[in-house]
Design a protein around this ligand. Structure first.
Ligand code: N01
Length: 550
């Protein structure tokens, strides 16, 4: 395939990251004849599943949906063993895909992209890595992850603590033996809720520090049956096509009646039935729960009741009970024995609302009531989600504009794929796309395929640069805001809104209109001559510019 424009560039595309987004981007772009280089800070592929090796880590989307769908061969040749795959199994899948598709030869491992600078005269990026190397490319595809920039709270005295410290997203590959140790876990999001029951089994004493109680759903994990796997393989093409055109990118059962319109005793029978199905099947069973506060409260109260039947000490149950936000307003964790863990003698719940943390000390965590002396602290305190992985790279667009500065008032994008001031930069599952509120594989595949098709179209037309226009960004911001108004997400503080990171501009960062609607919008824009993008025509190193705003 010919390279258009600048033959001296090292490659046509730099891909940042070799998680599932990066791996598919490498495959799709290479299949379409693009020369590329990929950089990955880990020593192998897998992205989030490479780093999150904490005990209990597993996916909350069912295995048969949490895999690539673009290849029947991949579906046929890989066999998942459990309903919800463990982190080691998902990592093994990523490794296997990388080998099966021969992707590793494009990837430089153990190398972090530290800076990327756009040359607007010649329309290319210079990408710098932490070993000091420079790589020039026409396009950059950022597959750096949505939940990949760990964050630890700015706790006073944090560096005074003399014991071991861990974050789930940077867990040591060799594992950690907590046998006989006193351990504190700060944070009860999905990561904390998965690791707490596992750490409690070994620790001498476990102190769980909770700021906001979580609604959590029993995963009800189990081995997969052979006939389920065979059925999924046999019907793969049809199932995958159907899933691509759903709201969540998953073939969920068709929701039943509205909760508000379901009379007792049928209502409780239905809630019980779906509670026993486990995981997200529970919340998705009733269509009004995610949009109507009254319906939501009925489901929330059902879950609170379940909690009270599991947790033996009423005072501990009270502290664990979420009351001031709707179920699903924050990401719902799925768990195995989380609430029951608080019945163990070696587990102590510290509720920040009752006893705020004062500081970390040399020996542990001091609250307004006492000091909890521990040997290790696990900061399960989350991530600078959706933007952090991008803004932690020094990305410089037109006129040296920094992405970090440009997004300091909140991320602004066109479709979550492109940003004004940063031509030829695409973000996979970036802020303002459906990303984390749909099946990540479905989100990734849709973005990668759209980007690959776009780059092919630009190559065919000898277009050298593509950039979102300000009016297109404004239009998209309105779509994101309008979509979320129909949900209950604005009734809770959450990382979807950026409220978990001190100093981060509060802004809802996910498109909630559904992957199906989003896909149609992206396809429509591409087929309408990339409406909302400014395309610049073929040119040499110092061109006169043919600028077409469409
Ligand atoms: O992070 P989180 P996570 N003092 O941000 C608390 C995905 N994921 O790593 O709620 C005390 O959700 C914070 O409290 P609050 C999934 O999308 C998926 O657990 O802000 N506490 C919260 O309890 C998930 O949503 C899977 O008040 C502090 C916790 O730390 C996303 O990753 C598994 C604090 C952070 O929760 C992130 O999950 C794991 C402070 N100063 C993760 N600062 C599966 O597929 C923060 N907290 C199953």
């Amino acid at each position: 395939m010919p390279q258009v424009g600048a033959p001296d560039l090292d490659c046509e595309v730099v891909v940042v990251g070799a998680g599932f987004a990066g791996l598919y981007a490498i495959h799709a772009l290479r299949e379409n004849g693009f020369s590329l280089k990929a950089f990955e800070s880990g020593t192998s592929v897998g992205g989030t599943w490479f780093w999150n090796r904490y005990p209990g880590a597993r996916c909350d989307v069912e295995s048969l949906a949490y895999q690539y769908s673009f290849s029947q061969e991949l579906v046929d040749e890989w066999t998942w063993t459990e309903r919800y795959a463990t982190q080691p199994e998902i990592l093994a899948y990523a490794e296997w895909v990388a080998d099966r598709l021969d992707l590793r030869r494009e990837i430089t491992f153990n190398t972090r992209v530290s800076r990327a600078v756009y040359d607007e005269d010649a329309a290319y990026w210079t990408v710098e890595t932490d070993d000091g190397s420079l790589t020039t490319a026409r396009f950059v595809v950022a597959a750096s992850g949505s939940i990949s920039a760990p964050q630890v709270p700015p706790l006073e005295g944090i560096n005074d603590f003399a014991g071991e410290t861990y974050h789930p997203g940077r867990w040591p590959a060799e594992g950690v033996d907590f046998t006989g140790k006193r351990v504190a876990v700060i944070g009860v999001g999905s990561s904390g809720i998965q690791l707490i029951p596992e750490v409690a089994k070994f620790a001498e004493k476990l102190v769980v520090v909770q700021r906001t109680p979580a609604y959590t759903l029993p995963a009800r994990n189990r081995p997969l049956y052979e006939d389920e796997i065979l059925c999924a393989r046999r019907n793969h093409v049809e199932l995958a096509e159907r899933a691509r055109h759903t709201h969540s990118g998953i073939n969920l059962p068709i929701p039943g009646d509205l909760l508000l319109e379901t009379e007792e005793p049928k209502r409780t029978i239905m809630l019980e039935k779906n509670w026993h199905l486990g995981g997200n099947l529970f919340i998705s069973a009733f269509p009004d729960v995610t949009s109507d506060l009254e319906a939501n409260e009925i489901m929330a109260e059902f879950v609170r009741h379940k909690l009270r039947t599991i947790v033996e000490d009423p005072e501990v149950a009270r502290k664990l009970t979420p009351t001031d936000y709707p179920i699903g307003g924050k990401r719902i964790p799925t768990d195995t024995n989380y609430w029951a863990t608080f019945n163990r003698n070696n587990v102590k719940l510290v509720n920040v609302g009752d006893e705020p943390i004062v500081r970390a000390t040399r020996n542990g965590i001091q609250t307004t009531e006492t000091t909890y002396e521990v040997d290790a602290i696990i900061y399960a305190t989350g991530y600078d989600n959706l933007t952090g992985a991008l803004t932690r790279i020094d990305i410089r667009g037109r006129d040296g504009l920094s992405l970090q500065e440009s997004w300091s008032g909140g991320a602004h994008t066109y479709l979550g794929l492109a940003t004004v001031g940063f031509p030829n930069l695409f973000t996979i599952t970036g802020p303002q796309s459906p990303s984390v509120l749909a099946n990540m594989f479905a989100s990734i595949e849709q973005h990668v395929e759209w980007i690959a098709e776009t780059l092919c179209a630009l190559r065919d037309r000898e277009v050298l640069s593509i950039e979102a226009t300000p009016s297109a960004e404004e239009w998209w911001a309105d779509q994101v805001d309008e979509a979320v108004e129909n949900t209950l997400y604005l009734h809770a503080k959450s990382w979807y809104r950026g409220t978990n990171v001190e100093g981060k501009a509060p802004k809802f960062l996910v498109y909630t209109g559904g992957l199906d609607v989003y896909r149609r919008i992206c396809d429509d824009i591409a087929s309408d001559n990339f409406r909302g993008f400014s395309l610049e025509g073929a040119k040499s190193a110092k061109p006169t510019q043919e600028k077409v705003t469409v």
